[in-house]
Design a protein around this ligand. Structure first.
Ligand SMILES: Nc1ncnc2c1ncn2[C@@H]1O[C@H](COP(=O)(O)OP(=O)(O)OP(=O)(O)O)[C@@H](O)[C@H]1O
Ligand SMILES: [Mg+2]
Length: 494
């Protein structure tokens, strides 16, 4: 049965009687009951599993929790053993073309045979779980596979082999997923990065990559990661949240959406500011839906995440240097080139370095309506971040000139935030109105007003306009976005 993907070299006996020799040096098929050690495994390891099971039989009534833990441990050991056998026996290159059904059947057969041989009896459910785990291990990313398939999981965070956290609905949860040991975790990391043509090892101990499905992947391995490899995965969502979704989720109100639509459609330059995972990219993506279909948009990102719905979109992704330190293409390189590509608008996924200069220049020189995100905790903070980035880029300019450059480039700062209860909200929309002396003047138009906390730690609050009339009202009106003036009036608190 499992001849098709079995290695044909070595001891496996060719095509004559593949079934009987599927486990090299093993007990040759289902007919034999006497287990003999696998040659490329330490004999003790194979027997260990068997002996442990046999010894455990006479144990007098262990406590249920203990029993459960032991059983789980034993299943882990069995899985590891079976996995080794699978890898030893399967022809991995043939696997690439195998159909899912064939492969699953193969795994069921090999594991069934090996379990018989090891004298291990599992119930139906355990067998199914085991076979699924083995399938994931052979074809996918092992213990990470179920989490990657789980649509409710946004982020996966691994802190060494024994601790895997996930983020669901804005909240971090510890899972019971573990890796057998650091070697197992490293093997999975290696599988991921080598599939995208990258490498990670002691001399090159961290890697940032985009997986084939678009997910963002970062790993750092020992010795830099002290207690075992650190992995973070931001899962790619095929269905990006739309403006309507965000309004439904309470990220902002319909009035704010109408305002943002006017702002984007009338080509204001917008910065989405926020902390890590606060929803910046999601917001930027949703805002881009307000761009007209006949505009040429160029997007520049370190990891291509944006999914614009317009027809005329050119996407660029920067590239880190290769192992010899060559071949890097920075966001700044992309941006400079983009300016020669006749864009109507430029969207930079996240401005974090020297590209800030070119971004501001683009915003100031005919590419109005450009957008980017920035890692900052408030609108004021976003402006300071821009100032810092400019000075870090080695541009020596008096602070007033820097600020005046920023104030004429940036029109709107939208602040995204992940609140302590896990909810993500647009906590402020602030207009940049100009300069007063050496200071950039701003006015907040909408904000999220927190009022309290429910007993189960959910934040109580509401969105409100601040009562300030938009500085861009006239512009909106001229462009045909005549917003009713009452959207700028403070909302009555619920
Ligand atoms: N308002 C929202 N409600 C629910 N989920 C949201 C909301 N906004 C964003 N998310 C989800 O939160 C996760 C993080 O969002 P996103 O990638 O936009 O954050 P980010 O600020 O760009 O993160 P990073 O700092 O890592 O770039 C995503 O999985 C996204 O689908
Ligand atoms: Mg982002």
């Amino acid at each position: 049965m499992f001849s098709k993907y079995k290695k044909t070299d070595g001891t496996s006996g060719g095509q004559g009687s593949p079934e009987l020799k599927s486990i090299p040096g093993g007990s040759v098929g289902r007919a034999t009951s006497k287990p003999s050690p696998t040659p490329d495994l330490p004999a003790t390891q194979t027997q260990d599993v068997v002996t442990r099971r046999r010894q455990s039989k006479p144990d007098a009534q262990p406590k249920p929790v203990d029993k459960e833990r032991k059983r789980k441990e034993r299943l882990g050991e069995i899985k590891l053993e079976l996995h080794k056998r699978l890898l030893d026996n399967l022809n991995l290159s043939a696997l690439e073309t195998a159909t899912e059904n064939d492969l699953r059947a193969e795994i069921v057969a090999i594991s069934g045979e090996a379990l018989d041989e090891m004298g291990v009896v599992l119930n139906r459910e355990e067998r199914q779980t085991l076979n699924q785990d083995l399938y994931d291990e052979v074809t996918g990313l092992g213990p990470l596979e179920p989490l990657l398939k789980d649509d409710t999981v946004n982020d996966i965070l691994v802190n060494g082999p024994q601790q895997v956290f996930v983020e669901r609905a804005g909240k971090l949860e510890l899972t019971d997923t573990t890796f057998k040991d650091e070697k197992h975790l490293l093997r999975i990391i290696d599988k991921i990065v080598s599939a995208v043509g990258r490498r990670v090892d002691e001399s090159n101990p961290y890697v940032d990559a985009r997986l084939a499905d678009g997910s963002r992947f970062n790993a750092m391995v020992p010795p830099i990661a002290v207690d075992g490899s650190l992995v973070s995965i931001r899962k790619f969502k095929k269905e990006k949240l739309s403006v309507d979704d965000l309004v439904n989720f309470g990220a902002f109100t319909e009035e704010m959406a109408a305002y943002l639509q006017a702002a984007v459609a009338t080509r204001l330059n917008v910065i989405v500011s926020g902390g890590t995972g606060s929803g910046k990219t999601t917001t930027l993506n949703a805002l881009s839906s307000f761009i007209d279909n006949d505009e040429r948009i160029l997007t520049i990102e370190d990891t291509a995440e944006l999914q614009l719905q317009q027809i005329h979109v050119g996407r660029m992704e920067s590239r880190p240097p290769n192992v010899e330190g060559k071949g890097a293409v920075s966001q700044r390189d992309c941006l400079r080139n983009a300016l020669r590509m006749r864009p109507d608008r430029i969207i930079v996924g996240e401005t974090r370095g020297e590209e800030v200069i070119d971004m501001l220049q683009a915003m100031n020189t005919g590419h109005d309506g450009s957008m980017t995100t920035i890692h900052a905790n408030s609108a004021r903070d976003a402006v300071s971040r821009l100032e810092n980035m400019i000075s870090m880029a080695g541009i020596e300019m008096p602070i007033k000139a820097t600020r005046s450059q920023i104030s004429s480039a940036v029109n709107l700062i939208v602040q995204a935030s992940r609140l302590q209860d896990g909810s993500r909200r647009m906590v402020s929309i602030t207009e940049v109105t100009g300069m007063e002396g050496e200071v950039i003047s701003m006015q907040e138009v909408f904000r999220y007003q927190r009022v309290g906390l429910t007993p189960d730690n959910k934040i109580i609050g509401h969105f409100t306009a601040t009562g300030v009339r938009s500085n861009f009202s006239e512009r909106f009106r001229m462009w045909g976005y005549d917003l009713p003036s009452n959207i700028f009036e403070p909302f009555a608190a619920e």
